[in-house]
Design a binder for this molecule. Structure first.
Ligand SMILES: *Cc1c(COP(=O)(O)O)cnc(C)c1O
Length: 405
């Protein structure tokens, strides 16, 4: 194979794969951290690191200056601990009472949403002679998880008296930080500060997601909690480019077969696309079972030989087909980019999301476990994670101690 767009054999042996650019992740951490001034940076790596692979991105983000990690569930924290990650991990979501032992055993930092959970955690910590840092979440108007201001204050005060616990953090989450009108966000922020004022002993106050960090950096307080920005995407189109973030993820595959169709012949289930001229159709081994949305049927594009090729017919579970009639010299084995850059052309996760009526977050989270994640530095694969090989081994583990934090 002699395609000029062939990467240096990067995806060799893979049908479809994800490439995660570790340098882009590091670049994004540095920019987002600088935006937060002196605030600590908690890197949100929930949902398998927004589909990028939680262990691989966590190591890279910590090595690049992230202070802590944030997940939603205890099981996500457990995955990080099993991979040997020792940095503080905040469980930002609901923790069932039955998980209290596990939280302490794994040294995770829970969000405590009831006195009952606080007691269970305190007892488990005391039994081990430990003091567990905990956070309390205030609901300031997202009306999702967290306690109303009055209850949050009462709970935080009660937890502070329990031996075995240390009230380390107080936080809230914005409902509309990605919208043009910042009025509601400002109100939530004022309400949060009023609660924080009642709890002067709590050292880490945090509210800023990526959107707030980009648009209202004064909300950085003691710690910021970006997710999507770390991966190089903007929470909404109007924020694009306000910091020079770099997308870290590419989704790639290869041409598996070329078929010449006569006018009138159709392609894929339902034959929803028919050739209007003699056509050359390339089969790409990537489908919705890999995370390529079926909504891209007859709408989306891929890149082949640095050119855009339209997806024709329905996207199947494991394959899709593209019209390469207008692209010269396409050959079986050519690299196909479904998300990412090839030559001068780019298909962003945001573009794919817009075509599907969703957001980049959902496109990333949709990339399934069977797609191996290759971690790249300087154009070389330095680690990989796959169904058969488990978590990546090659990315150096920056421990908290090593970085002097
Ligand atoms: C997901 C999440 C974030 C990160 O949000 P982004 O929009 O990806 O920056 C921050 N805080 C909480 C509580 C979250 O659940």
């Amino acid at each position: 194979m002699t395609s000029s767009h062939q990467p240096e054999g990067l995806g060799d042996g893979h049908r479809t794969w994800v490439e995660v650019d570790l340098e882009a992740l590091a670049h994004n951490v540095r920019y987002l951290k600088a935006r937060g001034g002196r605030a600590q940076l908690l890197a949100v790596v929930k949902a398998n690191g927004y589909g990028h692979g939680a262990v691989g991105v966590s190591r890279a983000l910590l090595a690049a200056g992230a202070d802590r990690l944030g997940v939603i569930g205890v099981e996500e924290g457990e995955q990080l601990r099993r991979a040997g990650i020792t940095a503080p991990v905040l469980v930002m979501g609901y923790t069932p009472l039955s998980q209290a032992e596990k939280v302490v055993e794994l040294s995770l930092t829970p969000t405590v949403s009831s006195y009952q959970l606080g007691l269970a955690l305190a007892r488990a910590a005391a039994r081990r002679g430990r003091t567990l840092p905990v956070h309390v979440k205030v609901d300031t108007g997202l009306n999702r998880f967290g306690l109303p201001p009055r209850e949050a204050i009462a709970l935080a005060r009660a937890l502070a008296t329990l031996p075995g616990l240390r009230m380390e953090g107080l936080f809230s989450h914005f409902a509309c930080a990605d919208e043009e009108d910042q009025g509601y966000t400002q109100q939530q922020y004022r309400d949060f500060l009023a609660v924080a004022q009642q709890l002067p002993g709590v050292p880490i106050r945090h509210v800023a997601n990526t959107a707030a960090l980009l648009r209202l950096p004064e909300t950085a307080l003691d710690m910021v909690r970006p997710g999507i920005g770390l991966y190089g995407c903007y929470p909404a189109p109007q924020m694009a480019g306000c910091l020079p973030l770099r997308p870290a993820l590419s989704l790639k595959s290869r041409v598996a077969r070329l078929t010449a169709l006569a006018p009138g012949q159709g392609v894929s289930y339902g034959l929803t696309w028919r050739a209007s001229r003699p056509s050359l159709i390339a089969l790409v081994m990537c489908g919705y079972g890999d995370g390529l949305p079926r909504a891209l049927s007859n709408r989306g594009f891929v890149l082949i030989r640095g050119r855009r090729a339209p997806i024709v017919g329905r996207v199947c579970m494991d394959m899709c087909m593209v019209d390469v009639t207008d692209i010269t010299d396409v050959a079986v084995g050519d690299e196909v980019v479904l998300i990412g850059r090839q030559g001068d052309e780019v298909i962003s996760a945001e573009e794919v999301a817009a075509l599907c009526g969703t957001i980049s977050y959902e496109i990333f989270c949709g990339i399934t476990a069977r797609v191996p994640r290759l971690y790249l530095r300087g154009g070389y694969v330095v680690a990989q994670e796959s169904l058969t090989e488990g978590p990546p081994q090659g990315i150096p583990l920056a421990t908290h101690q090593e970085r002097g934090a």
